[in-house]
Design a protein around this ligand. Structure first.
Ligand code: GDD
Ligand code: MN
Length: 367
């Protein structure tokens, strides 16, 4: 009979994208830091072009503690973390970056805190005594990080000095419980976990340093920050409106401004018919909205290559129908003596809902 290996006590989840040179050093560091603990590591790779997954599998050939989840056609730190954690059968799951910026020697300290049973969540913090944030690339990153922390703390049910930390540990059953409410977008999985818990979690902060990245590059960009704002908005609205809808609506609002700006400048510079100018402005605004929705609202299922063009065409068709519905309904209401602002607003609202519902099923096929 084959020897049976029980599940390890700790699963370390490592989201990674283009981290190939960091894989082997990271596993060696885990091996040293976790001596005496039954652990495994799960790399969750979004099909990195640099072959990160192949590198993980190469090491896994000779080390059963190393696993790899390779996701094709999807991107996103938070959703990678969720999938990795849900693949675990261990008592505890930890999340740590795969770029050697986090201090893995904090893992046993976090585990010890959780083992007492008095703590639900151990978080490595750069902002408690003994922690350090020196690895942030520049002043701009410091500003974003401090601003994000300040903002997040307005909404937190528990005190967290580093709610943006990407390095933490919790009991796996607790993660499974909270998984239902997670938003899965952007970078801020920790914040999402804390905000999703019905009862405030008992948090232990462990001081940690955040060192400089040596190989590869950071994937945090302006869009990640926008998604972070979206996460807060989503939680404040209590999930009343889907985050995507809010994003879609905001993009639509921007689109109207673009439309008006183009129209105004065409009026001034060309002698075209009003209808022609309207049509040109409409087409530009639609392209603008499509681009923005593709990179923000539907970032996790972004269309590329030939599917991008097909998507754009479909989007324009869908929005065209939406505009006709909008104008038609507003007209009917206006003629039946609804005042014009109410008629216009109801028409616009129905138009947005239509555009959103149809484009998220037809153009981006939301799952
Ligand atoms: N699977 C997957 N998919 N992994 C990703 C993705 C993705 O789309 N984007 C980033 N990662 C992985 C990276 O490869 C790395 O292992 C980890 O997630 C963190 O990404 P970085 O791009 O290195 O982020 P950072 O160093 O700028 O940000 C870190 O510090 C922030 C605080 O300043 C992270 O720990 C953040 O969570 C943290 O808020
Ligand atoms: Mn990093």
């Amino acid at each position: 009979m084959m020897d049976r290996m029980p599940a390890p006590e700790l699963t370390v989840v490592v989201p990674c994208y283009n981290e190939r040179p960091n894989v082997a050093p990271m596993i060696a560091k885990l091996d040293a830091a976790l001596a005496g603990i039954a652990w495994e590591v799960v790399y969750v790779d979004d099909n990195s072009p640099d072959g990160t997954a192949a590198e993980v599998r190469r090491i896994a050939q000779t080390d059963a503690r190393v696993r790899c989840i390779r996701r094709v056609g999807r991107r996103g730190l938070a959703s990678a973390v969720i999938e990795g954690a849900l693949s675990s059968s261990a008592a505890y799951v930890a999340v740590i970056d795969g770029d050697l910026q986090h201090d893995e020697t904090r893992l046993p300290v976090m585990l010890a805190a959780l083992r007492t049973g008095e703590v639900d969540l151990a978080v490595a913090s750069r902002h408690v005594e003994g922690g350090d944030n020196a690895g942030l690339a520049n002043q701009w990153r410091h500003f974003l990080s401090d601003g994000g922390i300040w903002l997040a703390q307005r909404f937190l049910p528990v005190r967290l000095t580093d709610p943006m930390s990407g390095f933490f540990m919790l009991p796996r059953p607790l993660f499974e419980e909270l998984a239902h409410g997670l938003n899965g977008q952007g970078f801020k999985i920790l914040l999402d976990l804390v905000l999703s818990s019905p009862a405030p979690l008992r948090v232990r902060e462990v001081p940690a340093t955040f060192s400089e990245r040596i190989a590869g590059e950071s994937k945090l960009d302006a869009l990640v920050m926008i998604q972070f704002g979206g996460l807060l908005l989503d939680k404040i609205c209590g999930g009343l409106l889907p985050l995507r809808f809010i994003s879609f609506g905001l993009v639509g609002g921007l689109g109207i401004l673009i439309h008006l700006a183009i129209l105004a400048s065409l009026r001034q510079t060309t002698g075209l018919e009003f209808e022609v100018e309207q049509a040109i402005a409409t087409v530009f605004a639609m392209i603008f909205n499509f681009k923005l929705n593709n990179s923000i609202t539907y970032r996790d299922q972004r269309l590329r290559g030939p599917r991008l063009w097909r998507g754009l065409l479909l989007f324009m068709l869908v929005c065209g129908v939406g505009a006709i519905a909008n104008i038609g309904i507003a007209n009917v209401l206006y003629e039946s003596h609804t005042n014009w602002t109410a008629a216009g607003a109801i028409g616009a609202l129905i138009g947005v809902v239509w555009n959103y519902a149809v484009s998220s099923t037809l153009v981006w096929r939301a799952r």
